[in-house]
Write a protein that binds this ligand. Sequence first.
Ligand code: NDP
Length: 255
Amino acid sequence: MSLVGKVVIVTGASSGIGAATAEAFAKEGAKVVLIGRNEANLKATEAACKAVNNKAKLLLIAADVTVDAERIINTTIDHFGQLDVLVNNAGIFEIGNILDVDVDQYDRIFNTNVRSVFLLTKFAAPHLISSKGNIVNVSSVSSLRSNRGMSTYCSAKAALDQLTRCIALDLAPQNVRVNSVNPGVIVTGIHRSLGSSPAELDEFYVRSKEMHPLGRVGEPKEVAHAIIFLASDSTRFITGASMPIDGGRHAFSSF
Ligand code: NDP
């Protein structure tokens, strides 16, 4: 599919990978629906989209994906009349050993990173069938590799990969494709949300380089480019795939 004029929802467009993805779709001439809770950050992404394409058609919806899935899809259809691509990117990251974490963390992580994707997909599916559109989920290399202290996040992302494959099978007869990208460590706000000091964060990124065979961490736009690729017509025979965007980290087992 050429992305010109296509209607694309990007959840978590107010920061990091989602912001870079919204900008990349706007540059391609898509009509982009920006979803996030932080309105000031959504406006910053809107400005970035306009900077790369001053004719970009954008719709900002301040919304929480855990409670507003139906409103997000209905508002998009009311405004643009169609939906071609759903990018389920919004996500949160928390850590903790099983001896310390409580079930609230499990519920938060699964509600945001899995349940909201299920709901958005369910409400979007009839419209994607009409447009023969597609879905790109933002999973993680953490679905493929296990980490100490990350049971809730790793298992939620593994569930997201299965959701990707199962829904790809459900919707294949209607020619709707469903894929995921699985990033390694990408420099965004998500690691700051753990409350680390700037020095600790720097140290984390330095250490992370060693886990990625290409010897560095990634940038949001490198994930955005892969999302554009999977959403476009050039990959119209790809569905149910999970594509690592991780400098080879998924292939590396001894760190
Ligand atoms: P950021 O923290 O920079 O961005 C997260 C985005 O998700 C924000 O726009 C935030 O918006 C949004 N979001 C979170 N919860 C909700 C909610 N309940 N409702 C609506 N929006 C929400 O992180 P990244 O860009 O790094 O993360 C994007 C995705 O990439 C996530 O799914 C993450 O798991 C995945 N990922 C990231 C990696 C990395 O190293 N950065 C590695 C692998 C995967 P707001 O606060 O405005 O609501």
